[in-house]
Design a protein around this ligand. Structure first.
Ligand SMILES: [Zn+2]
Length: 203
């Protein structure tokens, strides 16, 4: 199976979800624009096994419209939340309320069970996502955003310093100085551009 070109630089599930819209070639692209692509993304990001992916895929039939509407609404709200915290979008109280209503709608899903799992001698919690309702995949994404919000992490949500790049990430570095979505993608390119500028001006 050919792995798709997904981007996992967000350091948080909800930011990886926002980053399913990216502009690696200058134009904005949606990396989860069909069910197959979304299934592949969910398998990796929610760590689903093949049987769980199959359960989810079966449930999607006939509910595609509702799934895409809710998914895109949540993704847009979360991107707006990033832009607000980064000062790119001015916050007004109506927008504020709407974003939290959208997140809350997904948090309300009875999507998850907490079960006890035995691993050798140890017992630990195992979270199981109920995939019989295909829209339940939005609950862990919304919860991840809520965790960042409530954990005081929004000040660490940053946009890549490459202006052509639209990727977001949670800066988990010790010094809080992370600037790039990744060195490979944008950091090295910036270094090379600066080097080129310097060598030109040194001529
Ligand atoms: Zn970037």
């Amino acid at each position: 199976m050919v792995r798709r070109e997904f981007i996992f630089v967000g350091e948080a599930l909800w930011l990886d979800f926002v980053n399913t819209e990216a502009a690696p070639r200058g134009m904005r692209e949606d990396f989860v624009s069909d069910i197959e692509a979304l299934a592949d993304w969910l398998e990796v990001s929610l760590k689903l096994n093949p049987a769980e992916v199959e359960t989810w895929r079966c449930g999607v039939t006939g509910r595609e419209g509702q799934l895409w509407t809710e998914l895109r609404t949540l993704r847009h709200a979360l991107r707006t939340l990033c832009e607000i915290s980064f000062g790119e979008t001015k916050l007004n109280s109506r927008m504020h309320r709407e974003i939290y209503e959208i997140i809350n709608r997904q948090l309300q899903r009875p999507a998850r069970s907490e079960l006890l799992a035995v691993e050798g001698q140890a017992i630990q919690w195992r979270r199981q996502l109920d995939l019989s309702d295909p829209l339940n995949i939005l609950e862990p994404i919304a919860r991840s955003a809520a965790d960042t919000l409530m954990g005081g992490g929004m000040s660490r949500v940053k946009k890549c310093s490459n202006h052509a790049c639209i990727l977001w990430f949670l800066d988990t570095s010790k010094n809080g100085l992370r600037r790039w979505c990744s060195m490979d993608r944008c950091g090295n390119r910036n270094k090379a551009a600066k080097h080129y500028q310097r060598s030109k001006s040194g001529e």
